[in-house]
Design a binder for this molecule. Structure first.
Ligand SMILES: [Zn+2]
Length: 68
């Protein structure tokens, strides 16, 4: 009975640890991508990656230069 209880505790701890690591792994990169700054290929202004557009060469540009 002691081993069964020990295995159950180990399984719960392992599951909680996996859940905790999974939550951290999905949260951290998402915030990192949104806060990353890129440089406009036309005017050189820095803007968040989520606000950046792509020009015909797939370079990041600001909204003012997206149609070049
Ligand atoms: Zn620009």
């Amino acid at each position: 009975m002691g081993i069964v209880r020990l295995l159950a505790i180990v399984a719960i701890v392992w599951f909680a640890f996996r859940l905790y690591r999974g939550v951290r792994r999905t949260r951290v990169p998402r915030a990192g991508v949104q806060d990353r700054l890129v440089r406009c290929a036309s005017c050189g202004v820095h803007l968040p990656l989520k606000d950046a557009r792509r020009d015909s060469d797939d370079a990041p540009v600001c909204a003012h230069h997206q149609h070049r």
